[in-house]
Write a protein that binds this ligand. Structure first.
Ligand code: ADP
Ligand code: MG
Length: 386
């Protein structure tokens, strides 16, 4: 895991590369989804939180339309583009994220000039912690301030969605950037994907003597793309047959009747979404009442539902979750779209070392590559650092 550069170091690197000091430095975190998987496109509920790993960008506006971008990651060198001639789907590599944000702002009618940008991020890439939205959110915060665009947090949520959907070409919703832009230390972001309403919910795991560990299986199964599309199609079919606008409108009490109307596979897909929405609501209730120690069984039930009903887990994720529990976690589940990626485990602080060792040796025993295991804390949302 790369160690993030401090603000001073980032500024001086920027100056060394671009020959002048940046106008400022902004940061935006990655996120972990605590609970609420595949509920977003069913107009349901999700409960992500911003994590203490973030993308940081040093930015200086330019008097012309040239865009120059450099990341401290990899040896990709300086990438140049023209802000006055941005084409969706044409950009390659990581620069499609900052360029997508520029483009989305232009689509809103804003004049966005060229800029120099240096990126440094300690959000793991491609692990399902939304390193891409961390970049986009840091960039949009910077541009919103530097151009005086006056966008609200909600405007920025929608503009980054536009960047991902229509410029990058990724069919993502609003969860990741909502968590990144609106998260707060010790809080989770309860998001209603129908009306896009947000409420912060206390989630001070460490204050309750717990740690939240991410177990990155580092596997990505090839059916991830097709599987996602197929799950979306099943949900749409289920909503059609049940005569509702979205599965959000189906309650747990409706499931018995639904079982008689749907084919067995569609029913299981629907049951996952319906019960998952209910689990999100119950998690929020518990976090606002009893506290984080009480939510373990809901995390466990969420995993079982994804494994058995939605069928988006995989042997590596199941092993991570089962072993974490054996080693003392009070709850564990896969998180993210599925077919690989990360699991999360909520565990007493005293069990952390044992949990790490037990999961690592279970992976070795099964012949899997060693997972990355790291602690995350619910942290501040996007902000200006300097
Ligand atoms: P996720 O958002 O789950 O991490 P994505 O595939 O959406 O996965 O985004 C990962 C991509 O984001 C990487 O392939 C890379 O293009 C870009 N990226 C993330 N962090 C960095 C970084 N520090 N430097 C350059 N590119 C990065
Ligand atoms: Mg992403």
């Amino acid at each position: 895991m790369n160690v993030p550069l401090g603000t001073t170091e980032l500024r001086s690197r920027f100056e060394a590369v671009f020959g002048a000091a940046p106008d400022g430095v902004w940061q935006a975190p990655g996120r972990v989804n605590l609970i609420g998987e595949h509920t977003d496109y069913n107009e349901g509920f999700v409960l992500p939180f911003a994590i203490d790993r973030a993308a940081r960008v040093a930015v200086r506006l330019r008097p012309d339309s040239t865009v120059r971008m450099l990341s401290t990651f990899g040896n990709q060198g300086l990438t140049t583009a023209d802000a006055a001639a941005l084409e969706p789907a044409a950009a390659r590599g990581w620069t499609k994220y900052p360029l997508g944000v520029l483009w989305a702002l232009q689509q809103r009618g804003l004049a966005v000039p060229g800029l120099d940008l240096l990126l440094d991020s300690d959000v793991p890439r491609g692990a399902g912690l939304s390193s891409s939205h961390a970049i986009e959110c840091a960039v949009i915060l910077a541009l919103n301030e530097l151009t005086g665009a006056g966008l609200s947090a909600q405007d920025m949520v929608l503009a980054t969605q536009r960047a991902e959907n229509d410029f990058v070409g990724a069919p993502t919703g609003i969860m990741d950037q909502s968590a990144s832009l609106r998260g707060a230390a010790g809080q989770a972001v309860f998001l209603d994907c129908r009306d896009q309403g947000v409420r912060l919910v206390p989630f001070d795991a460490e204050g309750a003597g717990l740690v939240l560990l991410v177990i990155d299986t580092k596997v990505s199964h090839s059916h991830a793309g097709g599987g996602y599309a197929a799950r979306r199609a099943s949900c749409e079919l289920g909503a059609d047959v049940l005569g509702v606008r979205a599965l959000r409108d189906v309650g747990v009490e409706d499931l018995e009747e639904a079982a008689g109307l749907l084919d067995p596979e569609t029913f299981r897909r629907v049951r996952h979404v319906v019960t998952e929405n209910d689990r999100v609501l119950r998690t929020v209730e518990l976090l606002e009442g009893a506290g984080p120690q009480a939510i373990g069984p809901l995390l466990d039930a969420s995993h079982a539902s994804m494994r058995d009903d939605f069928e988006i887990s995989c042997p590596e994720l199941d092993l991570a979750v089962d072993t974490a529990r054996t080693a003392g976690a009070i709850g564990a589940r896969m998180t993210g779209g599925g077919f690989g990626g990360c699991a999360i485990a909520l565990a007493p602080a005293g069990a952390e070392e044992r949990l790490r060792a037990t999961v690592a040796s279970a992976f070795t025993g099964a012949g899997y590559a060693a997972p990355d295991i790291f602690r995350v804390r619910p942290a501040a949302g996007a902000l200006r650092l300097a």
